[in-house]
Write a protein that binds this ligand. Sequence first.
Ligand SMILES: [Zn+2]
Length: 93
Amino acid sequence: MADDGKRSLFSGGRSGSKKPAGEGKDALYSHEAESHGPIKIDCARCGKTTDVSILDALGRLIRFSLWVPGRDYSHRLVCPACTQRSWTRLRLM
Ligand SMILES: [Zn+2]
């Protein structure tokens, strides 16, 4: 008896809280995929500015990490626009 009550309470609470959480995550993901990310990469080579997500920018920094402080274009990474390893400037919008 006690076990039955516990089970129905558990499954009821679970299905009630799971649905809105899943929908919220889906909405957030599709929104992120549609509009580009908050980071802008200015490329000194091709002169273009590309919007990327934070994950994209981090991936580029991790793979080709060269950072020279004190200069305008201080990050050397592969530019999304010209796909060349270039000096770039990262801006967080
Ligand atoms: Zn470029």
